[in-house]
Design a protein around this ligand. Structure first.
Ligand code: NAD
Length: 257
């Protein structure tokens, strides 16, 4: 099991106990990492409450990833507290609800802008701010969360699929850019999991059923399993892996029908 003793990580995207980012926080903290967690305004209470459950109390900070000022102040605080950073987890995504129900051809300019800004551009902004802190540690590891809707069509996933395609391309470009500084950038493509974000996708339970029936492992994945895979990629066990999208989906992606 990877040891995170003495490592410091920043985790963006915890909303509640079902959040995949929370499962990753637990996996890293359970291995000895000291964490900072950020929350989006309305989730403050949830995140403060959850953070009490970690062995070492995390730094809990507000951050709207659409705000450069928020990002700047989060990293200033993290640097002040931790004196550097070993890993960053990006688990933020959003598209306006209408974009996840209407026919894709009706995607609005504003809906597209928001989905791509929050779900893909934010990885660039956060990674840019993390890089100097990671250099203080001789390198670091960045991880984001994506979905197979980036390359295949799922009902109602719509503009979020386009945002995930952009996010995965962003992983590759960041990996190439930051590799010489020993900063790795990867994604986990998780199978469907019932979370708050998933609840916004019309017909999500049908997607869960299709995976359970057709994935090679004949079951859905649990957030904790994504947490375990994340711990691998974030730790030194994954130190030769960058620019990768690791499928954690019960093998669903290999199926033809
Ligand atoms: P979630 O709702 O628990 O997490 C989404 C997070 O995004 C929330 O914490 C929310 O606060 C945050 N967020 C949205 N807009 C933000 C903003 N402007 N600033 C800061 N934070 C913002 O749901 P989740 O399923 O755990 O999602 C985490 C990631 O996993 C997302 O990227 C999602 O697309 C991805 N993912 C989810 C599934 C699934 O089936 N649940 C599958 C594959 C990938």
């Amino acid at each position: 099991m990877a040891d995170f003793s003495g490592k410091h990580g920043l985790i963006v995207g915890v909303a509640n106990k079902r959040s995949i980012a929370w499962a990753i926080a637990r996996a890293a903290a359970g291995r000895g990492a000291r964490l900072a967690l950020t929350y989006q305004g309305r989730f403050e209470e949830h995140v403060q409450e959850l953070s009490q459950g970690l062995a070492e109390p995390p730094l809990v900070l507000p951050c709207d990833v659409a705000s450069d000022a928020d990002i700047e102040s989060v990293f200033a605080r993290v640097d002040q507290e931790f004196g550097g950073l070993d890993f960053l987890v990006h688990g933020a995504a959003f598209a306006p609800r209408d974009e996840l129900t209407a026919p894709f051809v009706n995607t609005t300019r504003e809906g597209f802008r928001i989905a791509l800004d929050i779900s893909a551009y934010s990885l660039i902004a956060l990674t840019r701010a993390a890089a100097p802190l990671m250099e203080k540690r001789g390198g670091g590891s960045v991880l984001t969360l994506t979905y197979l809707g980036s390359t295949r069509v799922f009902p109602n996933y719509n503009v979020m699929g386009v945002a995930k395609a952009a996010l995965e391309a962003t992983v590759r470009y960041l990996a190439a850019d930051l590799g010489p500084r020993n900063i790795r950038v990867n994604a986990i493509s998780a199978g469907p999991i019932k979370t708050l974000a998933a609840a916004g996708i019309g017909g999500f339970s049908t997607i869960l059923n299709v995976y359970r029936d057709r994935a090679p492992l004949r079951r859905n994945v649990e957030a904790a399993e994504v947490g375990e895979a994340a711990a691998f990629l974030l730790s030194d066990a994954g130190k030769a892996i960058t620019g990768e999208v690791l499928m954690v989906d019960s093998g669903f992606h290999v199926t033809g029908m």
